[in-house]
Design a protein around this ligand. Structure first.
Ligand code: NAP
Length: 308
């Protein structure tokens, strides 16, 4: 039976930073990158707040650099997704990837979080990629001179709406309350942009269109009245769900499904460590995820060394 020393699940800044540190410690980590390698940075254009890049850097380029850096020191990366785990034997952790079972002495969970969708239960999946998306950075350019809308009232929603004004002739921001959650600095950016119109106290309650999305039904959260808004693209920015479903029953989770961390990066199992947005619902930044990835690798190294 082939047993790995350390498997890192996830390939965002947390997983790849863990891989750099673990590889430099000669642990020869295996990184399981999943189906959407790179995590949320892959859907980001300019990253302007990651230290070391005074002019900013593109999200995919930052990820690509991190992966190359980890590989340079001996990390192996594979596009595999873990379906379930069995952590009952702390010295022989089992990861199930399709029909394959991987065995390892230690694991770092760095699976991140994914964007939320409306989940109207009205078959809105048929519009995915046909006007209904969660990534302005990825799809914004398809909406040149079109009318688009962003749902949400946080920093992400404003970032997406502002980005879309590069292409769209008009951008609506649809928010369910009469007050934004976003920071004051982002709000200032929003209100200064003449292409963006905020629709307050509105929920999107239906999507319409033959093949592509052409309009949405809005329901007023104050008086319950419905109206129709003609748009070509709808961009979701209503927060994230941690990618932890495959760990339920194996690791301790908070009520919101984020992983519970004890003593910096430890889980409730001594050979399983945690890093990044799968556990962090407070900071959620690339740099904090990377920092936690570093910490998890150091803790995993200490665990493996002291185990002998
Ligand atoms: P967020 O702060 O949790 O905001 C989510 C927004 O979506 C809220 O306005 C919320 O409304 C709304 N919402 C949630 N569920 C909804 C639903 N089912 N229907 C309609 N609206 C719904 O998430 P985020 O904007 O993704 O930001 C996450 C974190 O990343 C934050 O800490 C943020 O500061 C940070 N961030 C920072 C930057 C930056 O500084 N450049 C950029 C992006 C993100 P309510 O307000 O009514 O709850």
């Amino acid at each position: 039976m082939n047993k790995e020393k350390l498997i890192i699940i996830g390939s965002g800044p947390a997983g790849l930073t863990a891989a750099i540190y673990a590889a430099r410690a000669d642990l020869k980590p295996l990184v399981l990158e999943g189906q959407n390698p790179g995590g949320q940075l892959i859907g980001t254009t300019d990253v302007e707040n990651f230290p070391g890049f005074p002019e900013g850097i593109l999200g995919p380029e930052l990820i690509s650099n991190m992966r190359k850096q980890a590989q340079r020191f001996g990390a192996r990366t594979e596009f595999k997704t873990v379906d379930k785990v069995d952590f009952s034997d702390h010295n022989d952790l089992k990861l199930f990837v399709g029909k394959e079972t991987l065995h390892t002495e230690a694991v770092i969970i760095a699976t991140g979080a994914s964007a939320r969708w409306l989940n109207l239960g009205k078959g809105e999946e048929k519009y995915w990629g046909k006007g209904y998306t969660a990534c302005a950075t990825c799809d914004g350019a398809f909406f040149r001179d079109k009318i688009t809308a962003v749902v949400g009232g946080g920093d992400s929603a404003i970032e997406e709406a502002t980005f879309l004004t590069r292409f769209s002739s008009k951008v609506y921001l649809i928010h369910r309350r009469d007050e934004l959650r976003a920071s004051k600095a982002m709000q200032k950016r929003l209100f200064e942009n003449k292409k963006i119109e905020v629709l307050w106290n509105k929920n999107v309650t239906d999507l319409k269109g033959q093949l592509n999305l052409t309009s949405v039904e809005l329901t007023d959260t104050v008086d319950g009245k419905t109206s129709e808004l003609n748009i070509d693209g709808l961009f979701m920015a209503i927060g994230h769900t941690p990618n932890t479903a495959f760990l339920e029953g194996q690791l301790n989770l908070h009520d919101n499904k984020y992983l519970k961390v004890v003593n910096h990066t430890h889980s409730n199992i001594p050979s399983v460590f945690i890093a990044g947005d799968c556990a962090d619902f407070r900071y959620r930044q690339a740099i904090t995820a990377a920092g936690m990835g570093c910490m998890a690798a150091l803790d995993a190294e200490h665990y493996l060394t002291s185990k002998g």
